[in-house]
Design a protein around this ligand. Structure first.
Ligand SMILES: [Zn+2]
Ligand SMILES: [Zn+2]
Length: 162
């Protein structure tokens, strides 16, 4: 996605509202993210600030039920003219992307931020108990009656008793 900055004066702001679809990393499915924010010019540097909101439908990694994962995050990126020196007044840790010409391609930064903010594990809720490894029952619906897996150290103790 390209943003034309040819006519943007120093201090000028371009408002941005758009949606973009991303492939989920390492799983099936796509997530549509709505972006609301702005691109602000400060000298030779352009600051992109976006509020990113969307969701992803997937199966819980614990209990496999269908769940909606909210994807809400903020991004702030700096784009700088390739020829110019490091822009002043920014956090030294901030990523600075370079561009040349009169428009900025923000696609790569959007994809990178999507990947960084996509959850590694998907859970229907924080306390998901998952499935019983023996009978496969969804333990969120209650206990299944299988004996819990014994810690190997406890097994030795039990053998002593017997
Ligand atoms: Zn679950
Ligand atoms: Zn069970």
């Amino acid at each position: 996605m390209w943003i034309d900055v040819k006519d943007l004066p120093d201090g000028g702001v371009i408002s941005l509202v758009f949606t973009k679809t991303f492939d989920a990393p390492d799983r099936e499915g796509k997530a549509e993210i709505k972006f609301i924010g702005s691109l602000t010019r400060k000298g030779d540097a352009y600051s992109l600030k976006l509020n990113c909101e969307g969701h992803f439908a997937a199966n819980c990694d614990g209990c496999l039920i269908q769940t909606e994962v909210p994807l809400n995050y903020l991004t702030e990126e700096i784009f700088s003219k390739a020829a110019s020196t490091e822009p002043e007044g920014y956090d030294a840790d901030a990523d600075v992307w370079t561009f040349s010409g009169q428009s900025i391609n923000i696609s790569e930064s959007l994809s990178m931020n999507f990947l960084l903010n996509f959850p590694l594990y998907i859970r229907c809720n924080e306390n998901c108990k998952g499935l019983c490894p023996t009978c496969g029952k969804n333990l969120n619906e209650g206990p299944c009656g299988c004996l819990p897996e014994l810690d190997p150290r406890l097994k030795i103790l039990r053998n002593f008793k017997e």
